[in-house]
Ligand binder design. Structure first.
Ligand code: NAI
Ligand code: MG
Length: 497
């Protein structure tokens, strides 16, 4: 058995003291003095504590973000300077990559290799948006009004953005809520997830070191029903961007109505991954496994409904379980682990409830994976699980499980599978595996989802829009779509007569 990777001395030092949150360029405690612990899900042990922001801390953070926006430095900062700072932050993350990687593994559980991907994706994301400030521009608009009227548009920042993120990929979630809005000239108050506040604290240190003006980015730690709700209700916040459950997303929309905040939501999913009999078989097995088991299935666009053409269904299901035996489940610091623990005891209980429910609903629960039982018994681990003989009306086929659990359903025709795939309240992702190019595009076009992957899965990049149809969300992150989302269009008419 490979030995566990040793804890980096910088991480050991960082976690040896209580952490603070970042408001107005300074590290501070909550005004109430309250704190809460964050835990290592591989062991259940407490790592350190962070401040528990209350309404009054949110008020303060919004106030300083307003000051940095209204007549403040940020919207007037020249584009080249905004680019320089975003690149600088990317450089600093790159310089601290090992340390940040270990912090993610410690706090979230994701194995080191996956954690490193989150950190590298954060660097790529910042560099992509560092390219934007100089090219965010309006149009001159030909028009039909009599006389000589010059008409043009400007893209202006919206103001203070309240950003709320979940725990499933903490550092990239945070960076995705900072880079685009800041590139556009907005200021930000970001609340990290209560399960995984650690990398956000370190990110704030790097933001300070990069030299962003005070108040442009504020990062607070706290709970959803208090700090999160205070942010969504706040009259000083102009836009809310939320990633998390559909249930809370609806609540966020309701409370944002108080001052008609611009709202973008990236919510849950129950994405269909469709395997045709003509697919490259081995590639399809690997895709189906990656689609649901990557990050232990704690992925909003996870391929959690696996539709397999009936003539290969039995073989495919049993080969998928067999293939998943290559996936070692264990502590993320063990370099051989492929699946880490789920993020928390609550999430473990939730996923186990669904595994029990699957049996009650009449599906067959097939467990794969491998691992050292002693290592697994200490934390919140779930082995890769395939539910066979699922029908689309079962709860396990309709509700988001958010764990390494996939329901496998047989189908016969393209029309049938498209209809079944779309029979869900969600519309985030979808996959299709086939070697027939016509089938691939036909299905991709027919899926009512924001993202479709053909002969691959879970590919997400800063360059390309990501988001959901139906109850999977509103708006698109990444690419130019995020620039649109974080700017207002102003139309200016000038009478030249
Ligand atoms: P959640 O939606 O409760 O939490 C996500 C974020 O929202 C956290 O920062 C939380 O503090 C905040 N929040 C919670 N209640 C709030 C409120 N009333 N106002 C403002 N902010 C609030 O998700 P949770 O409880 O961590 O996970 C439950 C389920 O949600 C998961 O099992 C999964 O199905 C789904 N989920 C989906 C995610 C996605 O990426 N689409 C990410 C995380 C969870
Ligand atoms: Mg934790």
């Amino acid at each position: 058995m490979a030995t566990m990777t040793a804890l980096n001395s910088k991480v050991a030092e960082f976690t040896s003291t209580p952490k603070q949150m970042f408001i107005d360029g300074k590290f501070v405690d909550a005004l109430s003095g309250k704190r809460f612990a964050t835990y290592n899900p591989a062991t259940g042990e407490s790592i350190t504590t962070v401040p528990e922001a209350g309404k009054e801390d949110v008020d303060l953070a919004v106030q300083v973000a307003r000051k940095a926006f209204d007549g403040g430095p940020w919207p007037k900062t020249k584009p080249a300077e905004r680019s320089r700072l975003l690149h600088k932050l990317a450089d600093l993350i790159e310089e601290n990559i090992e340390e940040l990687t270990q912090m993610e593994t410690l706090d979230n559980g994701v194995p080191l290799e996956g954690a490193k991907n989150f950190v590298m994706a954060s660097v790529g994301h910042l560099r992509y948006y560092a390219g934007w400030p100089s090219i965010i521009k309006g149009d001159t608009v030909p028009n039909n009004i009599p006389g000589e009227l010059f008409n043009y548009t400007r893209r202006e920042p919206i103001g203070v953005c309240g950003q709320i993120i979940p725990w499933n990929s903490p550092i990239i979630n945070a960076v995705m809520k900072i880079a685009a809005p800041v590139a556009c000239g907005n200021t930000v108050v970001l609340k990290t997830a209560e399960q995984t506040p650690l990398s956000g604290v370190r990110l704030a240190e790097l933001i300070q070191e990069a030299g962003f003006p005070d108040g442009v980015v504020n990062i607070i730690s706290g709970f959803g029903s208090t700090a999160g709700a205070a942010l969504t209700e706040h009259l000083g916040v102009d836009k809310i961007a939320f990633t998390g459950s559909t249930e809370v997303g609806k609540e966020v929309m309701r409370s944002s109505a108080v001052n008609v905040k611009k709202v973008s939501l990236e919510l849950g999913g129950k994405s269909a991954n469709i395997i045709f009999a003509d697919a490259d078989y081995d590639q399809a097995i690997a895709n189906a496994a990656n689609a649901i088991f990557w990050n232990s299935g704690q992925v909003c666009c996870a391929g959690s409904r696996l539709f397999v053409e009936r003539k290969i269904y039995d073989r495919f299901v049993s080969d998928l379980v067999e293939y998943s035996k290559n996936f070692r489940v264990g502590n993320g610091f063990n370099p051989e682990s492929v699946l880490g623990p789920l993020v928390s005891k609550e999430q473990l209980e939730r996923v186990n409830r669904y595994r029990d429910l699957a049996k009650q609903e009449g599906s067959e629960v097939l467990e794969g994976g491998s691992g050292d039982e002693k290592e697994i018994s200490s934390g919140y681990f779930v082995k890769p699980t395939v539910l066979a003989n699922v029908t689309n009306d079962m709860c396990v086929a309709q509700e988001e499980i958010f764990g390494p659990v996939v329901g496998a359903l047989p189908f016969e025709t393209i029309d049938e599978v498209v209809e079944l795939a779309n029979q869900t309240q969600y519309g985030l992702g979808g996959g299709v595996c086939t070697t027939d190019v016509r089938k691939a595009h036909r299905v991709a076009h027919a899926m009512r989802t924001g993202n479709v992957w053909v002969n691959t899965y879970n590919v997400i990049d800063a360059t390309s829009p990501f988001g959901g149809y139906k109850q999977s969300g509103i708006g698109r992150e990444n690419g130019s779509a995020a620039i649109d989302m974080y700017t207002e269009i102003k139309n200016v008419w000038v009478n030249l007569d």
